[in-house]
Design a protein around this ligand. Structure first.
Ligand SMILES: Nc1ncnc2c1ncn2[C@@H]1O[C@H](COP(=O)(O)OP(=O)(O)OP(=O)(O)O)[C@@H](O)[C@H]1O
Length: 275
């Protein structure tokens, strides 16, 4: 899909969401935190930008934060991979985010001012590391709306019994004793205080994990086409995705019953909501 179509589509969806949530945002004491959850490539950042643009026009300042922006640094993940499990070198799964940094940012945003600007953390996927601090944008005015987006936003731990059966070759061959998935699953508890900060959760619900894999393949082709340093070949991409598969499938199962607004997407990311 052309990006203009994507942004038009996202704008329509943003307008629908904002008309549903406008009163709650206006009446809320302090910044309203709108969570946008959706698996890889489901359109979270496009939607978050459209919501923020609309809110900026109508309701006052809005900022977008992504859980992708608070991944642990490469050095921290390397240390974690030595201490806990080699698979933790790869960013993404619960346990590989700097949650204190995210919480501290959320705590400080309501007090942002020209004298006390708040820097929004940024991660650079090109170097697979946190961007240098001088590239973090500064917020100088307390926002009315914080859009927090992320691929696993709202997810809760799964029953440990189901961890025994591997979901893919990565788990079968590189997590033979299930210790990586047990650790990741138990780390989800650390995210619950962040989920508690979300005032309303909108879910971009992908039709299936297979469709998410296909979306990721399209994204990779686009990265190759523009010569991006992080572009992966098919084998590397498949392996990368297998790190996320279990928690992604968990999200597909549990989040529709938990989100305040569920936007069901078809394979071309067209919302079947609104009708
Ligand atoms: N509503 C939409 N309709 C059609 N295409 C869309 C829509 N929203 C986004 N897209 C397209 O889908 C692709 C992924 O969008 P986006 O980067 O917003 O997803 P994401 O969930 O933030 O991805 P990631 O998890 O990789 O950060 C982009 O090519 C974008 O142009």
């Amino acid at each position: 899909m052309e990006s203009t179509d994507a942004s038009t589509q996202a704008h329509t969806l943003a307008a629908t969401l904002m008309s549903q949530l406008g009163d709650a945002i206006a009446l809320h004491d302090g910044p309203f935190v709108l969570g946008v959850s959706g698996l890889q490539g489901s359109g979270k950042s496009t939607l978050a930008a459209a919501i923020a643009a609309l809110a900026n026009e109508r309701d006052g300042p809005a900022v977008v934060l992504s859980i992708d922006d608070v991944y642990l640094t490469r050095t921290e993940r390397k240390a974690l991979s030595r201490r806990v499990h080699p698979l933790l070198k790869t960013r993404g799964v619960p346990g590989t985010h700097d949650l204190p940094l995210l919480i501290d940012t959320l705590d400080r945003l309501p007090h942002a001012s020209p004298d006390h600007p708040v820097a929004l953390p940024r991660f650079d996927k090109g170097i697979d590391d946190r961007a240098p601090r001088d590239r973090w944008p500064l917020v100088t005015k307390a926002p009315r709306l914080i859009v927090l987006e992320g691929w696993c936003l709202g997810v809760t731990p799964e029953d440990e019994v189901s961890l025994a059966t591997p979901v893919n070759d990565l788990e079968r061959n590189e997590d033979v004793d299930a210790s990586w998935r047990l650790w990741v699953n138990s780390r989800i508890d650390d995210y619950l205080p962040v989920w508690d900060r979300i005032d309303a959760l909108a879910l971009l619900l992908a039709p299936s994990w297979d469709v998410v894999r296909a979306w990721r393949g399209e994204a990779e082709e686009a990265l190759h086409a523009r010569g991006a340093p992080q572009a992966m070949d098919d084998v590397a991409m498949e392996r990368f995705l297998q790190h996320y598969e279990r928690v992604s499938k968990l999200a597909l199962r549990v989040l529709p019953g938990m989100a305040d607004v569920v936007v069901r997407l078809d394979g071309r990311r067209r919302p079947t909501f609104p009708a």
